[in-house]
Ligand binder design. Structure first.
Ligand code: ADP
Length: 642
């Protein structure tokens, strides 16, 4: 029958955790010699006393041999082979001297005593060797068991009936029962073990594969429950018959609690961060229709937290004007697009409008199984700020336009006066043709036609000037750059002439249309033209030439420039031209170029200034063509974000 120690030892070896043989105890040579002297002294005294006792008692040979054999074996326990051999030799000599005939002599009279003495020597050596071997094995096993006790894991060995054979210190510390109390008990009963699956399944997996791993709940001596990560190993004999199970486990309750706490704190941080950034998150399983919203998402859509989220609830909040676009985007996302970046408005129940931006991407796409995750951001504040900024810019632009109009007043007066004069002249001529004795209807109607034409021209001019002077919200429409340039030329030509400058126009034919606000782009050109002629005012040694030209640049953008032959830009001022309130003119506001830049940027374009090779400066702008806006819109609604 195997002992518990043997089984533990074998199992430990079987699972590759076999502790190494006990490390020989290290003792100093002096201590060792001292011990040997004491041992040998005690041994010789003991053998002397035994000799005396046997001699006095008159024991026969066999009894004496047995007594000496026991004494030698006992003494052999205390030390090494050398001591065993010494005690064996001394005992043999004592037997020969005191008990073999003739007594008190080392001679052997009876030849039958020789085998008897040899048998004693052989028997004592064999038994001593065996006993020593058993002792070493026992030491090794005890040390191995001690090693298992060092483990902080609980190590329990059970026989196939579940009875505990071995219970290490880790198990004692964890569960509260000592090894003496636990050994011999049925472990499942003692620990009230709860398995993740029925025990039969655990047991059959163990018998089939030789091991099992899982989480168990045990009840400790004090009644508290402990969650263990447990590994079971089956130990079989050489014929494969199961003998015992070793359970090795550690308490993961602490780790689990720490993980739970971490998860809770992470969730709290996430919720805080979502609330700070006004960003909610959501998940959507299209197949099952399951929807998940974070608390912030409920908050953005203004639903109570106990409402179960659905896609319809989102649709109910989306502004009616944006609903169709959202549905189309989702439709496209489901069919072909992995990622969507979408902006829309929400109409809340009290009539408030919110702006939200949602970024959604597919999380897993396996067959029909589509799951999307996304983030939704409340960008109302940013949109409002943008609108306010836009309003402020529009107002600033209007004020600077009004200022420019003031500068252009003589031109405007002339522009309006011209057709009015024409009207007066043609009306008078028409009257004269009618008042003739034979009224000339044909001439009169020709005069009236010119009147109508001039009146139309005047109305057109007034309309253009009114557009420049009134506040008006930016109206972005498809435009031809040529039309804008022609308007500006007719508005400024008199002003140009008053500066004794000449204005030439060199426009690229058939430029693609652009998307913009006509009045704002006129304002940009008027500013550049006015600045150009003012920069040429002090020039007297060369012609004052102003050139407006346009072309299609390498990037496919519509470019235009106003080139003058004026003073040029002083190097130290180059970086400051577009700053607000920067002016080198005595009565300048310094807002013209700053407004030009914000208008061009709002149109998605660029503006820059540089000196010409010989004289003067060039102010150059580029604007994206109309079709690029369509591409951009396409992108912004996310339809192309694969
Ligand atoms: P303002 O015309 O009221 O001075 P702007 O913003 O239009 O304001 O112009 C800022 C400054 O840029 C001008 O004062 C001038 O120094 C410089 N500048 C503008 N256009 C030209 C140009 N064509 N040539 C040289 N300098 C220019």
């Amino acid at each position: 029958m195997r002992s518990a120690f043997q089984i533990v030892n074998e199992i430990v070896e079987a699972i590759d955790h076999a502790p190494r043989p006990a490390v020989p105890r290290v003792t100093s040579a002096a201590t060792y010699v001292r011990r040997m002297v004491v041992l040998w002294f005690v041994g010789f005294v003991a053998l002397g006393l035994i000799t005396f006792a046997c001699y006095e008692s008159g024991f026969d040979g066999t009894t004496t041999h047995c007594v000496f054999l026991v004494a030698v074996v006992m003494l052999s326990f205390a030390d090494s082979v050398i001591s065993s051999l010494v005690f064996c030799a001394v005992a043999t000599l004592l037997i020969d001297y005191f008990f073999a005939q003739p007594v008190l002599s080392f001679h052997l009279r009876d030849s039958a005593d020789v085998p008897s003495l040899i048998s004693f020597v052989v028997a004592s050596l064999i038994i001593t060797a065996l006993v020593r071997r058993m002792q070493v094995l026992s030491d090794v096993r005890r040390d191995q068991a001690k090693l298992l006790d060092l483990s902080r894991d609980a190590v329990i060995v059970r026989n196939m009936d579940g009875v505990v054979l071995y219970w290490n210190q880790g198990a004692a510390d964890l569960f509260g029962w000592t090894s003496n109390e636990a050994v011999g008990q049925i472990s499942q009963t003692l620990l009230g073990t709860r398995f993740p699956t029925p025990f039969e399944e655990v047991n059959s997996a163990l018998l089939r594969t030789g091991k099992w791993e899982g989480e168990l709940v045990h009840t400790k001596r004090d009644g508290a429950e402990v969650v263990m990560s447990s590994r079971w190993y089956l130990h079989c004999d050489d014929s494969g018959r199961p003998l015992a199970t070793l359970e090795n486990g550690n308490d993961i309750g602490v780790r689990k609690r720490a993980e739970d706490a971490l998860r809770c704190s992470q969730a709290a941080f996430l919720a805080e961060a979502q609330s700070l950034s006004l960003t909610g998150s959501f998940g959507w399983d299209i197949r099952s229709g399951e929807v998940y919203w974070s608390n912030q998402t409920f908050h953005i859509f203004e639903y109570e937290l106990d409402v179960s989220p659905t896609f319809d609830l989102i649709l109910q909040r989306v502004h009616p004007d944006d609903r169709e676009r959202l549905e189309q985007t989702i439709e496209q996302m489901i069919h072909s697009i992995a990622k969507v970046d979408f902006e829309c408005r929400l109409l809340m129940s009290d009539g408030r409008v919110k702006f939200v931006r949602a970024v959604v991407r597919a999380s897993t796409v396996e067959g029909d199984d589509q799951h999307y995750i996304g983030a939704v951001m409340d960008i109302t504040a940013a949109r409002k700020a943008e609108t306010q900024l836009q309003d402020a810019q529009n107002e600033l632009a209007r004020v600077t336009r009004a200022t420019t109009l003031g500068e252009l007043s003589s031109t405007i007066a002339h522009e309006v006066n011209q057709p009015l004069n024409g009207i007066v002249i043609d009306s008078e001529a028409g009257l004269r043709w009618l008042k003739r004795p034979a009224p000339n209807i044909c001439e009169a109607s020709a005069c009236l036609e010119r009147v109508v034409e001039n009146a139309r021209r005047a109305a057109q001019i007034i309309k253009r000037i009114r557009a420049l002077a009134t506040k008006g919200v930016a109206q972005v429409v498809p435009l031809e750059l040529d039309d804008v340039v022609n308007d500006v030329v007719s508005l400024t030509q008199r002003e140009v002439a008053s500066y004794r400058a000449s204005m030439r126009v060199n426009l690229e034919p058939a430029l693609p249309p652009l998307l913009g606000d006509r009045v704002q782009l006129q304002q940009v050109l008027i500013n550049l033209v006015m600045n150009g002629i003012q920069a040429m005012d002090a020039i007297s040694d060369r012609p004052r030439d102003l050139l407006i030209e346009s072309w299609l640049d390498e990037a496919g953008n519509i470019a235009f420039a106003v080139r003058d032959s004026g003073t040029g830009i002083r190097a130290e001022l180059e970086g400051r031209l577009f700053e607000a309130f920067f002016s080198t003119k005595p009565r300048g506001m310094g807002m013209g170029l700053s407004v030009c830049r914000s208008i061009i940027h709002a149109h998605g374009g660029q503006i820059c200034a540089f000196n010409n090779e010989v004289h003067g400066a060039t102010f150059q702008c580029s604007l994206p063509p109309l079709e690029s806006h369509y591409d951009l819109n396409h992108d912004r609604t996310g339809h192309a974000a694969q």
